[in-house]
Design a protein around this ligand. Structure first.
Ligand SMILES: CC(C)(COP(=O)([O-])OP(=O)([O-])OC[C@H]1O[C@@H](n2cnc3c(N)ncnc32)[C@H](O)[C@@H]1OP(=O)([O-])[O-])[C@@H](O)C(=O)NCCC(=O)NCCSC(=O)C[C@@](C)(O)CC(=O)[O-]
Length: 299
């Protein structure tokens, strides 16, 4: 299979990245991050979550963040919604696209959203219905597609029915998440081979965390499988609250550098993206998780 000519990046740093930060981050800093990412040319930015603040305190101010950002026409600004309450809050905040999130492992589903996989899918049905009637697009996530912090190995055969259920209920795209970053390139290829028999590959995305340093290899393996949408996080922000030692998503800067080297178009300005990553890393007092950004600093 030849490599795709165009790749779309879904920037999840303001949501997946920041949701794990224990320190307070002001609404102004979150707004600045989203605006910087818009300026860098990202066409899709996941801005926040309308989840219980008891479960994820850092996302509590998501409505304020939506109110503060400067939305550029043609850019999608999305939020997570775990239930109808979250969807309605997102709608009230003016959100035009939401994401629902399920898991391929029962234990993770319980820890993350306090219900079984099958109950979570039932819980999404009213969201899908409400979204249809309000013209809101819904993206779906499946977590733990290559491993679970509680159950260990997860097979592609466990992932496929969950991805298919999300697709069948109306998610226009399903993102497969290696939540704890243990997956390898060989496993990634097999995962997409198996899931693509259930969901068209043009409607699948890859979401890789870099705990074992395999995320970039997994992106490349996915490209070889014809996948052309990837979630990534500026400066590699993030971690997983339920998986000790798990790092953030693959850094957006590193994916853009890889794609540029392959002659694949993203529409993203790498220098501006690096500047956005440097700014938020300095706000957080964290080392920049992007190898490309670190290398550029050393030059
Ligand atoms: C799903 C629930 C709400 C169930 O949580 P629950 O405790 O079973 O829900 P509940 O319906 O019993 O409600 C409990 C309380 O939460 C409130 N509540 C209920 N819903 C909402 C809402 N939408 N917004 C605000 N508040 C809400 C509700 O009002 C009530 O408040 P109380 O009466 O106790 O004061 C909870 O488990 C939750 O919010 N979980 C979110 C977890 C989360 O955000 N995880 C991170 C995102 S997933 C991820 O990062 C993986 C991904 C996507 O990146 C891909 C990958 O890498 O794998």
């Amino acid at each position: 299979m030849s490599l795709p000519k165009h790749v779309r990046l879904v920037e999840v740093g303001p949501r997946d990245g920041l949701q794990n930060e224990a320190q307070p981050i002001s609404v102004a800093d979150k707004v600045r991050l989203v605006d910087d990412l818009t300026e860098a040319g990202l066409a899709y930015i996941e801005v926040g979550s309308f989840v219980s603040p008891k479960w994820v305190p850092q996302m509590a101010g998501s409505a304020e963040v939506f109110a503060g950002i400067h939305q550029r026409p043609g850019v999608t600004y999305a939020a997570l919604a775990p239930n109808l309450r979250g969807f309605e809050d997102a709608l009230a905040a003016g959100v035009k696209e939401v994401a629902v999130f399920a898991a391929a492992s029962e234990a993770f589903s319980q820890r993350n959203i306090n219900c079984s996989i099958s109950d979570s899918l039932k819980r999404f049905e009213p969201i899908m219905e409400a979204a249809r009637s309000h013209g809101v697009r819904v993206r779906g996530y499946v977590s733990c597609v290559l491993g679970c912090p509680y159950e260990g190995k997860v097979s592609a055969e466990q992932v496929a029915p969950v991805a298919r259920a999300l697709h069948d209920m109306g998610c226009y795209e399903v993102s497969l998440g290696d939540t704890i970053g243990t997956g390898t390139a060989g496993e990634t290829r097999r995962l997409f081979e198996v899931v693509a028999a259930q969901v068209p590959r043009e409607q699948l995305a890859g979401h890789f965390h870099d705990t074992y340093g395999q995320a970039l290899a997994n992106v490349y393996a996915s490209l070889l499988e014809g996948i052309s949408v990837f979630d990534s996080s500026v400066a590699g922000l993030g971690g997983c609250p339920y998986a000790k030692g798990a790092t953030g998503n693959i850094a957006s800067e590193d994916v853009v550098y890889l794609l540029q080297g392959l002659g694949i178009e993203t529409g993203i300005d790498l220098d501006r993206l690096i500047a956005a990553g440097r700014r938020i890393s300095s706000v957080l007092g964290r080392d920049n998780g992007s190898r490309v950004a670190r290398a550029r600093s050393a030059q």
